[in-house]
Design a protein around this ligand. Structure first.
Ligand SMILES: *[C@@H]1O[C@H](CO)[C@@H](O)[C@H](O)[C@H]1NC(C)=O
Ligand SMILES: *[C@@H]1O[C@H](CO)[C@@H](O)[C@H](O)[C@H]1NC(C)=O
Ligand SMILES: *[C@@H]1O[C@H](CO)[C@@H](O)[C@H](O)[C@H]1NC(C)=O
Ligand SMILES: *[C@@H]1O[C@H](CO)[C@@H](O)[C@H](O)[C@H]1NC(C)=O
Length: 749
């Protein structure tokens, strides 16, 4: 249980201004991407496309989109929308509505909050107006016993989007792509169909190829074609009729290199790799399989990049072709350390590292809060050094790496200023003067967060009348400057002025007297609230100068008249510790000068007992769907009492579905009618009265429901993988969707 002393004197209200930039209790955190948009988005005009972007941080960052020239991207009626949750939607559009600056451009997502701003990688967007296209079959015949090749010819304007999904032998025999084929039919990964061991009857079958446009997901089927069996008999030397040329495959994916030769008898294939120093014959191995015209490599690594040669030979001769495999690696960037907290005047160093396999040359640029920093020219660009750190250097630093291929990746780090308690840079001095002139008292302070300055006169708020003006502002360096200006100083304005600079790291204050010549005068003593058990210091608000003596009395008796009381030389009454019964009441102070003139004034002291919360807890062994309740009772403490609840330090939200009701002015019932995992955490009861705020925290633990829930997407054809998605620990509904064999099960918590 912790006690937070709020206010000792209720009447002492902090003077606050809007200039102070930070709040005292916030745990600020710069934005970081939860979902960064992809490097590339291609979509068809009929489907439209969207880019998700979301970020976390405290306060919750807002999401914006930037176009290639750095301007903010907005809605364009019927074409583009920016949703409130940060998603950028590119709507389906008619061919005539195509706009290069919207549909074929680069976007970037920006996440910003009060700490700073970060930008995402570049997203290359490309919309394709889908056009109807035709495919046809081109058949290369062969002699009996040899191999025929059927090609599915796709017009070049759609070739990059279209792939051959299957072949159909009329009426309804489907052939799907595979590495090896079934001995008779083999749809190569490239889409071509091989028909081995041609027989006379093969020329009567009709074949069609079926293609899919990957953006519009529309299927197109060719017209029928058949295989011609050539009359030729005898030996035909191999001729390469198809090769995969240069292919690019992402790291860890499978690659299929392809070279198809026609010849009779069926050629034998040998593969050579030129990836090492010497060309070498490729042997089948754990990752490599040589399947005639196909060389399949599983889980490619950058070392597999390079050129390969395929040689096809038979008794009639040999033919060869060179192919290239390029393994593309993901670009991964990291900035270390991800967070630095540095004191003002110190220096910071961030290092940007690019994953070792990110390949070729790359360019590193640094950004601060979304703006590119000038390259310093000193040292390597992989390191960013910031010296003599000031307040304006706080924020988000990003390393953006661009590869020759044109793609970018980024990583961000946050620079915070370490907390520093306030230091007074300037403070006013004691002055003695005649009534009449204008007086200005000034204090200025530095610290992080920017401190706030408050003023008191003899421990009480400054008089509120037209002669007093208080002004506070924050300089560009984040220092705070505060003035108390008194237009025509009067006798009654004399006393001890105090300025107090405070931030979450600490507080400091300065006091000095303003002496105004004149008769003794005692200002109004506001109602004073003291906290039972603590020390009360009550200063007699005496004006007039010079003053000879100050006294306190209560009920006609001069103080001190108790061991707990003391009257200091400057006229301050100290009571320690305060007791409710003994010390509540009216106190009088009086002051006298040498000439025997005197003044007196009385004030009332109320003693308040701080609240005490009775310990409470939650039951053990609670699980989802159960009910629970607990009561926060305040066993002592004076009214007015306010009792409230926090969950994990934050106020309860309606979304949490927690019911709070007051049983009586001293007890609050917290009940939850249906527990779920979100309810696990710390519940804190906060009880406050004008004397103090106290807290008591109990842990609630809700056990999850252990049945997994999963969603199946049934495969659309046999070569497609099964996809399972499931989560853990929420309410479960099982929906049987047919029989599926589960091979592997991975649990996520
Ligand atoms: C934003 O909302 C849209 C539609 O409501 C949804 O499809 C999209 O996934 C959401 N984006 C994020 C980042 O949650
Ligand atoms: C996309 O463009 C094609 C070809 O011009 C057109 O037929 C189709 O209707 C367009 N889609 C939409 C949603 O307008
Ligand atoms: C108070 O007086 C000082 C010094 O004359 C001046 O700089 C300042 O602006 C004044 N502040 C206000 C709030 O009037
Ligand atoms: C809160 O209590 C009220 C009545 O006491 C009840 O109607 C309501 O359903 C409760 N809400 C929840 C979230 O338990």
């Amino acid at each position: 249980m912790q006690t937070y002393r709020m206010i000792i004197l209720i009447a002492m209200i902090l003077l606050t201004t809007k200039d102070a930039v930070e709040s005292f209790d916030s745990h600020l955190r710069g934005p970081s991407f939860i979902m960064e948009p992809p490097t590339r988005l291609e979509f068809s005009n009929s489907s439209g496309g969207w880019l998700d972007c979301s970020a976390s941080g405290s306060p919750q960052p807002s999401i914006d989109w930037l176009s290639v020239d750095g301007t903010s991207v907005g809605d364009v009626s019927g074409i583009r929308r920016v949703l409130r949750n940060g998603t950028l939607v590119l709507l389906p559009f008619a061919a005539a509505a195509y706009r290069q600056d919207i549909h074929s451009t680069v976007y970037r997502c920006v996440a910003s909050n009060s700490v700073g701003r970060i930008i995402s990688r570049d997203v290359q967007v490309r919309a394709v107006v889908t056009q109807a296209y035709k495919v046809e079959v081109e058949a290369l015949g062969a002699a009996r016993g040899c191999t025929a090749l059927l090609k599915c010819v796709v017009p070049s304007f759609v070739k990059e989007f279209v792939r051959v999904v299957s072949w159909i032998q009329e009426p309804s025999f489907y052939i799907y792509p595979s590495l090896q084929g079934d001995g008779k039919f083999h749809q190569l990964p490239s889409g071509d169909l091989l028909i081995h061991n041609l027989e006379f009857s093969d020329q009567f079958a009709m074949y069609r190829c079926r293609t899919m446009h990957r953006l519009s997901r529309q299927y197109t089927v060719s017209g029928p074609a058949n295989v011609r069996i050539t009359e030729h008999r005898g030996i035909v030397a191999p001729v390469i009729v198809e090769s995969s040329g240069t292919i690019t495959v992402a790291q860890d994916e499978g690659a299929a290199l392809l070279c198809v030769a026609q010849g009779c008898p069926a050629p034998e294939y040998r593969w050579y790799s030129h990836t090492g120093l010497e060309p070498s014959l490729v042997m089948s191995g754990p990752r490599t399989r040589q399947l005639g015209p196909v060389l399949a490599i599983e889980a490619v690594t950058p070392e597999d990049s390079g050129s390969y040669r395929c040689k096809a030979s038979n008794a009639g001769g040999e033919a060869s072709v060179e192919l290239r495999l390029i393994v593309s690696t993901p670009l991964h960037v990291e900035v270390t350390p991800p967070m630095l907290s540095i004191h003002m005047g110190g220096s910071a160093e961030f290092r940007c590292s690019v994953s070792s396999h990110s390949g070729g040359p790359h360019l590193v640029t640094w950004y601060k809060d979304g703006r590119q920093l000038p390259s310093t020219g000193r040292g390597s660009s992989d390191t960013l050094v910031i010296n003599n750190i000031g307040r304006e250097d706080r924020g988000m630093y990003q390393c953006v790496v661009r590869r020759a291929e044109g793609d970018t990746a980024q990583a961000a780090a946050e620079l915070q200023l370490g907390d520093a308690p306030p230091v007074l840079l300037y403070s006013f001095i004691e002055q003695t003067l005649q009534p009449g002139p204008a007086v200005s008292l000034k204090c200025s302070a530095a610290g992080n967060p920017t401190p706030q300055i408050s003023w008191t006169l003899d421990g009480f708020p400054l008089p509120s009348n037209g002669r007093f003006v208080i002004g506070q502002y924050v300089t560009v360096h984040g220092d705070v400057i505060s003035h108390v200006n008194i237009s025509h100083v009067m006798i009654e304005d004399g006393g001890e002025y105090t300025c107090t600079a405070e931030n979450r790291a600490g507080k400091t204050s300065h006091s000095a007297r303003l002496n105004v010549y004149g008769m003794p005068y005692i200002r109004l003593i506001p109602k004073v609230t003291a906290v039972a058990g603590e020390t009360l210091q009550l200063k007699c608000p005496v004006a007039g100068y010079p003053i000879e003596e100050i006294h306190w009395e209560r009920g006609g008796r001069e103080l001190p008249d108790d061991l707990r009381q003391k009257v200091l030389e400057d006229g301050t009454l100290v009571i320690s510790p305060v007791e409710k019964k003994a010390d509540s009441g009216v106190y009088t102070c009086w002051a006298r000068n040498k000439q025997g003139h005197s003044a007196r004034r009385s004030g009332e002291v109320t003693v308040i007992v701080p609240p005490i919360i009775e310990p409470f807890s939650f039951q053990d062994g609670l699980s989802e769907g159960m009910r629970t309740r607990t009561v926060c009772g305040v066993s002592s403490g004076d009214p007015p009492l306010v009792v409230s609840w926090l969950k994990d330090g934050q106020p309860l939200t309606p979304a949490l579905a927690v019911n709070v009701s007051a049983l009586d002015p001293y007890s609050s019932l917290l009940s939850i009618s249906s527990l779920d995992s979100r309810h696990s955490g710390d519940f804190t009861c906060v009880a406050s009265n004008p004397a103090a705020e106290v807290r008591y925290t109990a842990k609630l633990q809700v056990k999850g429901n252990e049945n997994p829930w999963f969603l199946l997407s049934p495969p659309t054809h046999p070569s497609m993988p099964l996809i399972f998605r499931y989560c853990f620990g929420t309410r479960v509904n099982w929906t049987p969707k047919g029989k599926v064999l589960l091979h592997r099960f991975v649990y996520f918590h």
